[in-house]
Design a protein around this ligand. Structure first.
Ligand code: ME8
Length: 518
């Protein structure tokens, strides 16, 4: 970069409730954000990637009571599990926010003040159903067999409450959706959001008075803020808003807000695509650019739930299959946005077929031939490429744009499919050119073929870094690509792998999973 300011990219995960241990679903959302953040950094952006924990509310207060500890002690310990997960999964988040932090309380109270001052919050009283598990209010007519539509049990709540005039934001929201057709992905989910809003919005209770584990409502200590108003605010707290407050950071806020992407699971889309934009509009603040709702994982066909005890611990998966293998599987197996089922068989298949066979063998075979047949010296690309060389190099050079387009749609599976298409082109080229036979018949051609392959492997490894950072780092080290030459400005035809350096004896990067005979 020539001193030019980089473009900012700000991506967020939901902040996770601290009532439970992290499981594969939480790891999945954060992984998708990690892949995006790493991709954008390599593509020259100044990235901020935020994750954290949602620590207030009735659900957390209850969980602490059940354990016989104070909510603060309880949240300290469970939040730490989520923080540890980021290290264990090799997530590259730039910040980890907890809603119990002072910077966040300040932002929530500031937002409340703006909404109150502008006349969007008024005191009233709530009488209706509340689902503690979802921290959501429901009318009688919304209930299905006496439960919330999500299946969560509900309880009757009757208490004084402040209300946000959500009903008045129906038309402004619809106008905003109309003007911003990329606001929610996938499109089918956007349609659900629109039809929900078209159906009419009721004013939203935004405070609770029957428990105290929350951000106090400014000027009325009898109330704490509704946990979703509190939680959603985290996204703007972390940028340094309010800029004039004790924790303010005007530069951070100007650079980061509005967020480029809020990544969420489909269960919480409504909060992000309806409530959050309404709160922001009402406060006079800019709206996030996009919200993407991904699908739901089941375990061998069963819903993952605490009561079934079938939550998958991401650390167990990483221990058994390898961290990068698991990261690859989660991003490749299921079209991002759709629901997916975790099955060991599918995991093993991806690990052995896509990684060990397709990419691992390609890299290992090519590097071994360079090591053995070229004295370990990286050969030079052909001065006059043959058609088959030019075709393979062209397909490698075309990957960057194609992959970038898919990543910008959060189509991680498609991005990987595009890359693996080139891996399979390269394997076909190996079969057609048969470099092992050229060793005796045409050694200069053997060198050319190996150089073309090494260049293709370089581009593949560079593009796969966001998904499998460790494995690709090994591959690139084996090719002799230094750390400072692994950005996307080195691929797509911009640069080529230089010749003449000596490589070490290659070690396989992607082991096979051997299924034990019963
Ligand atoms: O909803 N499959 O927190 P939460 C895929 N605190 N993703 C899953 C999943 C599964 N089986 N289970 C969980 C909250 N997730 C609020 C968010 S944001 C301002 C506040 C993921 O701990 C998915 O991203 O219940 C889902 O949206 C999120 O975890 C819910 O996490």
């Amino acid at each position: 970069m020539t001193g030019q300011a980089k473009t900012s990219f700000y991506v967020t995960t939901p902040i996770y409730y601290v009532n439970d241990k992290p499981h594969i679903g939480h790891a999945y959302t954060t992984l998708a954000c990690d892949v995006l953040a790493r991709f954008k950094r390599l593509d020259g952006y100044d990235v901020m990637f935020l994750t954290g924990t949602d620590e207030h509310g009735q659900k957390v207060e209850k969980a602490a009571q059940d354990k016989g500890v104070t909510p603060q002690d309880f949240t300290d310990s469970v939040s730490q599990n989520f923080r540890d997960l980021t290290g264990q999964m090799n997530f590259s988040n730039d910040d980890f926010i907890r809603t119990t932090e002072a910077r966040h309380r300040a932002a929530c109270q500031k937002l409340w003040g703006l909404l109150l001052e502008k006349g969007h919050i008024t005191l009233g009283s709530y009488a209706g159903w509340y689902a503690v598990r979802d921290e959501a209010f429901h009318t009688e007519t919304e209930l299905v067999d006496g439960k919330a539509p999500s299946g969560a049990p509900v309880e009757w709540v009757e208490e004084p409450s402040y209300f946000f005039n959500l009903s008045e934001w129906q038309q402004p929201l619809l106008d905003f959706y109309e003007a911003n057709p990329g606001f929610v992905g996938p499109e089918s989910r956007f349609n659900e959001v629109k039809s929900f809003v078209r159906g009419g919005l009721r004013d939203l209770s935004v405070s609770r008075a029957s428990f105290s584990w929350g951000v106090p409502v400014p000027g009325d200590d009898a109330h704490v803020m509704y946990v979703w108003l509190d939680a959603l605010t985290n996204y703007i707290t972390a940028t340094g808003w309010p800029t004039d407050g004790e924790y303010g950071d005007a530069e951070g806020y100007e650079m980061r807000w509005p967020a480029d992407l809020h990544m969420v699971g489909k269960d919480i889309l409504r909060f992000h695509a309806v409530y959050w934009p309404a709160f922001l509009m009402a406060a006079g603040l800019p709206l996030p650019k996009r919200v993407f709702a991904h699908g739901w994982w089941t375990n061998e066909g069963e819903k993952i739930s605490k009561s079934l005890g079938n939550a998958i611990d991401p650390n167990d998966l990483a221990d058994e299959f390898g961290l990068d293998q698991m990261r690859y599987f989660l991003m490749r197996e299921v079209p991002f946005g759709n629901d997916g089922d975790f099955s060991r068989q599918a995991m093993i298949h991806r690990m052995n077929s896509d990684l060990a066979n397709d990419l691992g063998n390609l890299s290992q075979r090519v590097l071994s031939m360079i090591f053995k047949n070229c004295d370990g010296v990286m050969p030079a690309l052909p001065a006059e490429p043959r058609d088959e060389d030019a075709a393979l190099l062209a397909s490698a050079d075309a990957m960057l744009d194609a992959v970038r387009a898919q990543i910008d749609l959060q189509a991680f599976h498609e991005a990987l499919r595009v890359i693996w298409q080139v891996v399979s082109d390269a394997n076909r080229y190996v079969d057609n050119t048969a470099p092992w036979g050229l060793k005796k018949t045409d050694p200069p051609r053997m060198q050319e073929v190996l150089a073309v392959l090494a260049e293709v492997i370089r581009q593949v490894a560079i593009l796969v870094q966001p998904v499998m950072p460790e494995a690709t780092s090994k591959m690139l080290a084996q090719l002799g690509v230094p750390d400072n030459a692994r950005g996307f400005d080195t691929i797509g035809g911009a640069l080529r792998l230089p010749a003449g350096h000596v490589i070490d004896k290659p070690e396989p990067v992607f082991p096979r999973y051997i299924v034990e005979e019963a």
